[in-house]
Write a protein that binds this ligand. Structure first.
Ligand SMILES: *[C@@H]1O[C@H](CO)[C@@H](O)[C@H](O)[C@H]1NC(C)=O
Ligand SMILES: *[C@@H]1O[C@H](CO)[C@@H](O)[C@H](O)[C@H]1NC(C)=O
Ligand SMILES: *[C@@H]1O[C@H](CO)[C@@H](O)[C@H](O)[C@H]1NC(C)=O
Length: 439
């Protein structure tokens, strides 16, 4: 199996015009330092073309607005008076790669947009500002586990920052088990976070027998990793029982080199350099692997003994690299949201991301139908948090050049994968509140 090759990363990853060849010499150590900037590079971009968003039009009323919200339909509406619910001055949990204000983002215009659900009509109220007091009332005596990669971590940061405006949480880390905790004792609420790029059981192909932690993301990035697509990762599913809400997400890491297993046997690989395995593969594409992984994990949560809570699947949040990838000068310089209604500027999504989204929506629907059909003692609920289209419309929400600060990460100054905090993904908390209120 081959080692990480930057040339290999470059292949098929060019988006458009002027790629900057110099960046192709980025060293592996630099990548290792940059760990979370995984897979965006491996996406090539096509127009969504015939891709169909789920759902059909509705004709107004509160129920229709809720339905549009649940399906991720709506538009970004400018609100000159909108102010972020927290800032880097009022929340100390914002990490460097999210802290666009600290790194000199020139305009705060990207904070002056609110999501208005709907199907083109004017009837629905825009979301926000976030109602932390209401959130706390709804979750008293409960706990919420987030499971996923750095984008899941960003969501945790956004939620904890928003809630910390009402109560400062106590933060702790269980390094051995891989969990991070925030507790809000006055409101009887707790948030936990577990890092995993894949949700299912996995290990570095050339690493230790067990999965590694986020401090070794560089090796995971270089890969390959062994992914057991039909085995939910017990490190976090065993903990899921003690939580009322489990918020799952996984996308971009599936595009990294991997060897796929089912029933303990190799069933394929992706970008792993083994032509035999590729030739005989049953599972060939990252989106097929991701589909299998979500099928296993959602099915397991729905059946998990003792899990009576709500499993929430957050769909893929698209990247917005233009004129290259993260490794060769790609950038995201938009200063306002995209709109489908104006000047016919149809948003585009990387083909692999569109396939991830399709797999997530379809596997969610199948798991929810199976869970509903099963009667008996199980009370687990499955909910979809569809953020894909609303985030696709926010090319202005990424750090771009204002995530790391000049020179801190040589070879990766431009980030169109993660999101500024405060910023566009703060609306995910409003979606979460909506889901909790209706669960
Ligand atoms: C917060 O952002 C401001 C710029 O708006 C910056 O000067 C300051 O250093 C940042 N503070 C922290 C703690 O990140
Ligand atoms: C591929 O299969 C052939 C025939 O079974 C074998 O000789 C060869 O070593 C295999 N290659 C790899 C990389 O496993
Ligand atoms: C889940 O529900 C079952 C059946 O109602 C009950 O026996 C079990 O204690 C519940 N578990 C939790 C964690 O609430």
């Amino acid at each position: 199996m081959k080692r990480l090759s930057i040339r290999g990363l470059l292949a098929g990853a060019r988006r458009t015009r002027h790629a900057v060849a110099a960046k192709a010499t980025t060293s592996v150590p630099a990548l290792v330092a940059l760990l979370f900037f995984f897979a965006a590079a491996t996406f090539s971009v096509f127009s969504l073309g015939s891709f169909r968003w789920p759902g059909a039009a509705d004709d107004g009323g509160a129920a229709a607005c809720d339905a549009a919200l649940a399906r991720g339909r709506g538009e970004w509406m400018r609100d000159a008076g909108a102010a972020p619910y927290y800032t880097n001055a009022t929340c100390g949990f914002i990490q460097n790669y999210q802290n666009c204000m600290k790194h000199g983002r020139p305009s705060m215009e990207f904070l002056r947009w609110r999501w208005r659900p709907g199907d083109g009509g004017e009837g629905c109220e825009p979301l926000g500002p976030f109602d932390a007091a209401r959130f706390f009332r709804l979750v008293r005596g409960r706990s919420m586990l987030f499971v996923g990669d750095s984008l899941a971590s960003s969501h945790v940061t956004s939620l904890v920052c928003a809630l910390s405006q009402v109560e400062a949480p106590a933060r702790s880390r269980d390094a051995a088990a891989g969990f991070e905790h925030w507790r809000f004792p006055a409101h009887g609420f707790a948030v936990a976070y577990f890092w995993t790029p894949f949700q299912v059981r996995w290990r570095l192909t050339r690493g230790p027998p067990e999965a590694v932690g986020p401090e070794r993301q560089g090796e995971v990035f270089a890969g390959p990793s062994d992914l057991h697509l039909d085995e939910p990762d017990e490190r976090w599913t065993s903990a899921a029982k003690s939580h009322d809400y489990v918020v799952l997400s996984a996308s971009h890491w599936f595009a990294r080199p991997a060897v796929y297993y089912q029933h303990g046997r190799v069933v394929g690989c992706h970008d792993c350099g083994d032509s035999n395995a590729t030739a005989t593969a049953i599972v060939k594409q990252p989106e097929h692997a991701q589909r299998a992984a979500f099928r296993a994990v959602l099915g397991a949560l729905a059946r998990l003994d003792g899990f009576n809570g709500t499993a929430i699947l957050r769909t893929v949040a698209p990247t917005h690299y233009e004129n290259g990838g993260w490794f060769d000068g790609g950038e995201c310089t938009a200063t306002r949201p995209a709109s489908e209604s104006e000047d016919g500027a149809a948003p585009e999504m990387a083909a692999t991301e569109a396939e991830f989204y399709r797999a997530q929506v379809e596997e969610f629907a199948a798991a929810a139908a199976a869970a509903a059909a099963r009667n008996g003692g199980k009370r687990a609920r499955l909910r979809l948090m569809d953020v894909t289209r609303m985030m696709l419309l926010r090319p202005d929400g990424h750090p771009d050049r204002h995530g790391h600060g000049g020179g801190e990460h040589d070879g990766f100054e431009i980030d169109c994968l993660h999101w500024c905090l405060p910023g566009a993904i703060d609306v995910w908390n409003d979606l979460l509140l909506q889901i909790i209120a209706s669960s």
